[in-house]
Design a binder for this molecule. Sequence first.
Ligand code: NAD
Ligand code: GLY
Length: 360
Amino acid sequence: MATLTVDLGSRSYPIIVGSGLLAEPSTVSAYIPSDDVLVVTNETVAPLYLDRVMGLLGNRRVISQTLPDGEQYKSFETLQRVFDTLLQSRFSRDATLVALGGGVIGDLVGFAAACYQRGVSFVQIPTTLLAQVDSAVGGKTAVNHPAGKNMIGAFHQPACVIADTDTLRTLESRELAAGIAEVIKYGLIRDRLFFEWLESNMDHLLNCDQEALQYVIMESCRHKAEIVANDEKEAGERAILNLGHTFGHAIETASGYGSWLHGEAVAVGMLMAVTMSEKLGWLDRQIVDRTRRLLLSVNLPVAPPQGMTADDFLKHMSVDKKVVGGKIRLVLLHGLGCAKLVEDYPEEVLLQVLNEFSTI
Ligand code: NAD
Ligand code: GLY
């Protein structure tokens, strides 16, 4: 077991990573002082892990809620169902919510915790690689709006994050790959040596080697924890965590939530951002090729959905949260391992990239 801290003063919290954590009652219990606990999960994760988590919570009033599975349920309607349960069960301000599942459950339950009675405590038990390396950490919570991904949300930090690597054994390979996309992101934006480690060790990750998994989760969380501690509410540096996301969110929104996995859309988006960085003269061509190769080695897509045009991209990119004064700001690379949020770029280079990728 390994532990890191997200250093946010009085709201600091641990990220605990390891095998067998969900078999260890003291790990979860220690972070839940409340008598009333609502564990929220979905219909895929419930049969796998819900009993185990309920069993860890001892002599409390513990209720569970199982939601439908899918990005399309990261919505107001589903959120309302969580509020209904909390109110029907007469949960008060000292209740704790537990998010058991991937990023969809984590984001939605975190947002429910941020809103219920103006904010209650919550614990993240992420069960996908994507959630363990990214979404469970940092306190971004949200639901989708039909017009834009994650458009309605709040910053609300969890009381702790418990990532049991054993849960990844039941994950489908497509989901594992989607999580690896976010892992590759940390190499691209901040850590050249980590990128190179991934190039040499991808087979171990794809085979779910526990040591390799624990290493990449800890490295990813270390990067994320540092960035969040420096810039919790994304006034600056935190934006680099969105490499590829402006393009990727456009893909997710245009294709209807659920058909493309978030990590898949981010994979294409990262390649588009890397390609644009190269066209601007900020990155060697070989980094573009190495990024494409690494994504392909994980079986991640490297082109947008068939038929998605440059206009489709622009329409959806213009409602991105990084848009300021009508200008689409983009995270781009100035060399491998060095990302920057850029506002001032020639529009025609963006159009060139969108057109190039739309016709692949
Ligand atoms: P997800 O939550 O939909 O989970 C993927 C699939 O795996 C689902 O079908 C789920 O039921 C299933 N699953 C979960 N755990 C499993 C397990 N252990 N075994 C078998 N199946 C399991 O998707 P995700 O990729 O985890 O998360 C994507 C979401 O995260 C998106 O909504 C994205 O916007 C959000 N996100 C948020 C942040 C943030 O900072 N808050 C960061 C990145 C992504
Ligand atoms: N996943 C982007 C962030 O947490 O800021």
